[in-house]
Write a protein that binds this ligand. Sequence first.
Ligand code: GLN
Length: 551
Amino acid sequence: MEQSDCKYIFVVGGVISGVGKGIAASSIGKILQDRGLTVTAIKIDPYVNVDAGTMNPTEHGEVFVLDDGDETDQDMGNYERFLNMDLSRVNYMTTGRVYQAVINKERNLEYGGKCVEVVPHVPLEIIDRIKKAAKNAKADVALIEVGGTVGEYQNVLFLEAARMMKIKNPRDVIFVMVSYLPIPSKVGEMKTKPTQYAVRTLNSSGIQPDVIIARSEHPLDDKRKEKLAFSCSVTPERIISAPDVSSVYDVPINFEKEKLSDTLCELLGMKCGIGGSKGEKDWKKFVANVHNGKEDVNIAVIGKYFDTGDYVLSDAYLSVIEALKYSTYALKRKPVLTWLNALDFETDPKKVKELAKYDGILVPGGFGKRGVEGKINVIRYAREHKIPYFGLCYGMQLAVIEYARNVLGLKGANTPEVDSGAPHLVIDIMEDQKDKMKKKDFGGTMRLGTYPCVLKKGTHAYGAYKSARVNERHRHRYEVNPEYISDIQEAGLVFSGVSPDGRLMEIAELPKRVHPFFLATQFHPEFKARPLDPHPLFTAFVKAALARKHK
Ligand code: GLN
């Protein structure tokens, strides 16, 4: 039997998707971290896309960007936030990525003339990647979240890899199944049968869950715990009641009420610290702020990736929402976010007047033409009516366009993303990007990941960061056109953050004497906001919103 330094916890989903497998995995990581263990987390996405960058955010949710520029799933953001750590591309894999690696190895003769097969070579590649990520992090425990639900075809090879790991190291590998227990409204009773079936399905892959996290609207009662235990061969103490919560940040605390970290440590034969660590105390303080905000702060978020059929989903802006929350909670206030569709301000420009009732307006990142003129109308209203404005990425580019059009008087100022024939391309594509576009080399080729930014003293940005140089994550193809920089600055917009060589404009803002808070960033600060470490620019924005509210 192989001996390994790291323990592995696979987290799989049963019955339906969307029951919070990512939050469960993040929370398990958090409670183990608080028991003194070094934790890392790995997300497996079963789709063939090499990364999440090529997927529509309305359908798949936000693309979360890591320091090294990897375009990943929003769960990577959950891990970084709950665990307060930076992850890298070794922590993320997709079917596309795994197959690409196997095929490349075959082309490089790395299989030494063998016939390369789906099994075992694909699962072996998966195992290799999991171990590499664990080693990289010098982790005591690696959490591996297998995307999708048991029983679907897409994740079969990942489950096979997990099974193979368990067979080789039975004491070092365990399985947690996050499953759903419906309470049909006409029946009025919590049903365990779908979870029983899901466990049987997992069994047919050669895997027995060690722990079941029972997600439901209400807590699991003893009767159902016993029923599940009996039919799924999992003892009742290892069935964790996980009812709906008003905040996802309650989940680690609820897991500990069920003594989950004790159970996991026991299953893995790990010694770990006693509870009550500083990490746990800080988290509890943060969660107290989540629930005890003393007044509302009303923020309007103007986006377009909301609709899926008749439902409105805000998943596409997950990190932005969480970043707003952390800063508001830290100020002991309650964030009230309203989603407004940019298109509505395009078809009816007068509608912007309705924005007067908000304490602050935020325009997040985006792509393409749809909704752009609506966003520009909103930005103009925020600027002229001195409503705190925070723009992120496209929200900065469009603020520059609005300023060029309405203050500088450059009629028809635009970005090539909307109109490549516009008379004033104040936002433009950089030379290296042009080549990529010609070659249709779209995947993973934007300006991605962390870049340094130098700040100008005396500005909002400098005041917020209290530092002359910061690092922030990017995801965009276009930049402020160097040819227009001096004209724009002369007209009053300040580029308070620039790349160290001075060529790329990273933050634009209006001076305090002109506007209480009008600031926009080319980067995405939301990717670096953490519950226990809110982002200074979001905090500055929320403070400005509070000041407006009290005026
Ligand atoms: N569409 C813009 C660009 O590609 C902005 C991207 C973004 O908001 N993430 O540059």
